[in-house]
Design a protein. Structure first.
Length: 156
């Protein structure tokens, strides 16, 4: 799938909803710029660029400037580490397509023992309810409760 776009942008409202379950990581002062096809978010702040890894449940400051972000993602190592390029390409190669508001997610999250392979990937709404690895209990009280439905999560 040569030339496959590995990032997506979303509206401010979609980012706000998608990031609501991650506020416990300290997102104040960070503005989402774009996301990987797996819903990992690249955030800009006064002190540099941050990477929210939604699979690992980590938020790290990785780069000082936008040029550094672009340079890192242009390398084979950066494409794999931050964009999961081979996995996204494999999922697309198996016919898994994303709608305008979708990202890839895992049927069984790796944190719960699910394999990190295309057979465990599904399309999910970016701004839909997704459990955060370190704490489903940290979901804001103002969020509608999430419930399991099929192999994914949906708001009730």
């Amino acid at each position: 799938m040569e030339g496959m776009e590995l990032t997506k942008t979303f509206s401010d409202d979609q980012f706000r909803t998608a990031l609501a379950a991650w506020t416990w990581l300290g997102l104040d002062g960070k503005r989402p710029a774009f996301a990987s096809l797996f819903g990992d978010v690249f955030l800009e702040a006064g002190d540099g660029w941050w990477y929210l890894d939604t699979v690992e449940g980590t938020l790290t400051r990785e780069w000082r400037t936008e040029d550094e972000v672009v340079a890192a993602l242009a390398t084979p190592e950066g494409e794999e580490r931050y964009l999961r390029g081979a996995l996204a390409t494999a999922a697309a190669g198996q016919g898994l397509t994303l709608g305008a508001h979708d990202v890839y997610g895992f049927n069984v999250p790796p944190v719960l023992g699910g394999p990190v392979d295309a057979g465990n990937v599904e399309a999910i709404a970016f701004d839909g309810a997704r459990p955060s690895p370190a704490g489903c209990g940290s979901r804001p009280r103002t969020s509608p409760p999430a419930r399991a439905w099929g192999s994914g999560w949906t708001r009730t």
